[in-house]
Structures are given as structure tokens and as C-alpha cells.
Design a protein around this ligand. Sequence first.
Ligand code: GLC
Ligand code: CA
Length: 557
Amino acid sequence: MRLTQTADLWWKSAVVYCLDIETFFDTNGDGVGDIRGLGQRIDHLAELGVTCLWLMPFYPTPDRDDGYDITDFYGVDPRLGTHGDIVELIRLAADRGMRVIADLVVNHTSDQHPWFQSARSSRESPYRDWYVWRDTPPEDGPEGVVFPDQEDSLWQFDEQAGQYYLHRFYKHQPDLNVANPEVREEISRVMGFWLELGMSGFRVDAVPFLLETAGATDASDLPDPHDYLRDLRAMLARRNGQAVLLGEVNLPYPETQKFFGDEDGDELTMCFDFIGMQQLYLSLARSEPGPLIKALRERPKAAEEGQWGTFIRNHDELTLDKLTDDERQEVFKAFGPEEHMQLYGRGLRRRLPPMFGNDQARLRMVYSLLFSMPGTPVLFYGEEIGMGENLAVEGRNAVRTPMQWTEGFNGGFSVADPADLTVPMVDGEFGPDNVNVAAQRRDPDSLMSWIRLLIQEYRACPELSWGDCTVLEHDAPAVFAHKSDFEGCTVVAVHNFSDQPAEFTLAVAGAGPGLRLIDLLKVGEAEVADDGTTRLELEPYGARWLRLLRPGDRYVI
Ligand code: GLC
Ligand code: CA
């Protein structure tokens, strides 16, 4: 690998960290986290080894969908700070080798957006055609509605407009009409604006819906919607060669693959691996890695310069929508048996540690997997300390509680009256008294120290991020074993999905004398026989990463 390549294609070995400024750190005591607060706490992320911050929406918003309902794509929510603060933040991040990407939510606007206000006011409004209108809505029923417990149609009649408008999400989020060239141009302007301020790209919200051209009066007139994504990517590349598009595409693999574009990857730089994530939870529920292995085998290769984005938890409900009904019930039974833990009948509004009854070994095994499986790991804030959810909070906000910094008042997040926090803290076993950054920072045995170590080794092993992954066969059904090869170097990783110890033999290399397997997560070594096999033991939920050393290999630390 040429060294320039790692820097140029930085996203292939990045550690992405998603956070909401609003719940990260509050500096002025109003109960709302702010941009300056994130700046003050940025060293926590640098120490952890994060290389890219994904900021959830920080734009002006009536906040009816936690900021995903935007009234000004060029603005900054005044509760959070100013454009000046954003630019300072990007500089602070850059100074620590971190890039910043913004959530780009342009499938829809808030119904309070001035564009929509104008559009609904008259058929003559220059913005009328920026949204999607019908005199009579197509009969759609609840099919395709994203929030089935709240909405029963994609079409909403607007009294003022005298017509129905399309909304994929909540009815207060009218869909923009991307078939309209003016809308497309405006979206490019929005991207150009934030790139100019120093952003390194975007997490693109709801990509398949964004590309949908239901708004066209004659769909046959329209070019392939993927052409539009190609245009956006080309524009991005012209403006900033190192900027990325990380897309939210929750579709079956063959369809998701199309969003990478052609072999050169001329559409999304990265797509989240929603399928692998769901199969991982099924594997965890069954205490055997079969479903995950199947997913990894079926997962199409990302484009040459692209990468999959892997994750354990994101900011939404933990969706299980691509499992069969029976499989979903298995996961519900294991990790969220009570109805109030579930959402929309298809997902969980819990974080991992409570699902596992706070079993630290099991948690560590899962994060070890995240950082050793092929793909770019994306963390959701609080995962590094094992935060839980607050089920008393409505809907998806259960997992969007404030970051827990100390065991003190409001977890050190804010000095405001707890009643003024935008989302209440977690309490009890997973509250700040028991789970916080301060306590874990200097404790070498903490989850946070474990994740810091995983990140350090992941960053030091190009095999994991750039290599070809092979699932290794063996006879311990609860163990997932894989190796990643890159330019003649090999890392082997083994993970035990069960609460029983396991022992097994792996073929890690061709026959030959002098092979060694050096532990990467502890001081140690495993013996390799001359036939290229090794006999390994794993504790319950054990995990081990090993680098293969061939005779004469040098320069490896
Ligand atoms: C995406 C976001 C989600 C939001 C929705 C509408 O799915 O992840 O949080 O509600 O888009 O913008
Ligand atoms: Ca504040």
C-alpha cells in the first residue's frame, strides 16, 4: 500500500463517531448542549482515536423530529451556537487529525420552512413545484410509511394549498421534489456552502427516498435517479477531493450495492451495512455466528475506493426490518421482550449494555467484532462507556439521552435544572453514577480503555481496513473466526458468541516452519504447527486478534 493512499482514501480506515451537539456538553447552563461544549470535550474523542465526527442535524428546527425537520439548510440552530462556532469546531477537530461531516437531510424540509410556507400559499409561488402535490392522492394506504404508528398515508391534504403533498416521514416533513432542477441546484448549493466552511462531506439521510422521483408528472421523462447521485458526487469531488458521502440506505444488499455506483464508486463513498447489523443481532440472540457469516458472504464488495460503514447502534430505533418475522421475534425475545422496549413493531429502542444485562465480557466481544470485521466502524456517542437507554423517554429519544461525563449532577453534562434538559438523563444502573467518562478514563480495565485499545490496533492493522476477509472453518459452532489479508500480511480474529468456553483448531496459513501468531490485544502468542494450523482456546465471550508472522517478517510492532 502506498502511504499516500491511506491518507487520500482516509475513510477506508476511519473511526466515525456520531453525536448530537444538543446532548453532548452544555457550556452555558441552559440545558442544551452546544457547539462550544463539543469543542471543549473534543479531546475525549481524540484520545479515543476517533478520526471523523458525524454531527447530527444542527440546523434551525421546530424540533419535532429531533432536528431532522429543518427550516434553514444554511443556518445553525441558535440554541447550539453560530456559524463562527462551527468553523472553530472544524479547526479544533482538524488540529487533532479529525474530520467533520454533517448530516444532509434534503429528502424533505420542515413544514415550517419558508419554502414550504410559500409553496402552500399559492399555486403561483416560485416554490410550489419544490414539493410534490396531487389533487387526488394515489391510493397508497400505510405501505411505504416510515413511521407506521404515527402516519397512515404518504399524502396529506393541505387546506391552504388545496392539494395533497407527499411526505415519506412525518406529515410535518413534506418531501422536496428532486425531479425539479431548481431543487437539485439548491441541494448542491447547500453542500457547497458547508464544504466551504470546512466540512469533509456528509452523512446523507434517507438516500433511496431522496432519489425517488414520485414528484415527476411524467416519470418517463426523467433520467435515471442514480445519475443525480453521480452528479452530486462529482460536484463534491470538484469542490473537495477528500470529501465523502456516507449514505443511509437500508435495502437488501443487491439494491444497496447500486448506490456505490460503478466499479470506481462514482455515487456514495460509503453505505451503512444495515443487513450485517441485523444479522449480527440475530447471531447474538442465538449465541452462534451463522447469520453474521452468511451476511458477510453475501455482502457485495464495496466499490474499489468505497467502504461499508459498520455499526452496532445508531441514533434511530435499532431496526430489525430486514429479518423474517420469526427471526425478529427471536431478537425481541432475547433483547427487548417488553413491548415498551420495541418500536414500530420492527425495532428496539434500547442500547446494547442493558440488552446484555451489562455483561462486560459480552459487550467487549461485540466491540472487538465491530473493529475487526471488514468495514469502517461508526460509533454512536456513549457506546464507548456503555451507556444505557431511558425507556421513560418517548420513542427513539430513549437512546438520545445526554452524554455522561462524571458521576456528578446531570452526569456533568449541564448545570441546568434537570427539568430543563432537552432529554432527561438515564438513571439507575446505567446512570452517570455507574457509567461515566471520568471514572473510565484512567481505569485500564474499563470498557472505554478496551475500545481505545481496539481503535489503536484497528488503526495499526491495514489488513483489517484494506484487506480481503476470509471466514475460517473450524469445529466450534459458537466461534466466529476470520482472517484479513493485505499485501502479504495477515491478521486473524476469533470471537466466541457463547457463554461457554471454546477450543478449536484453525488453519491460518500454508504449511511451513517458523510461523508465529502474536496477540494484538494483550501480551501473548499462540503456537502455529508446521502444517499451518493453530489450536486456540477462548473464554466465554472471549475475543482475540493475532497477527501472523512469517519467518523473516520485519518492522512489525
Ligand atoms: C433518517 C434519520 C431519522 C429521521 C429520518 C427523517 O431515517 O436517521 O432520524 O427521523 O431520516 O429525516
Ligand atoms: Ca447550552
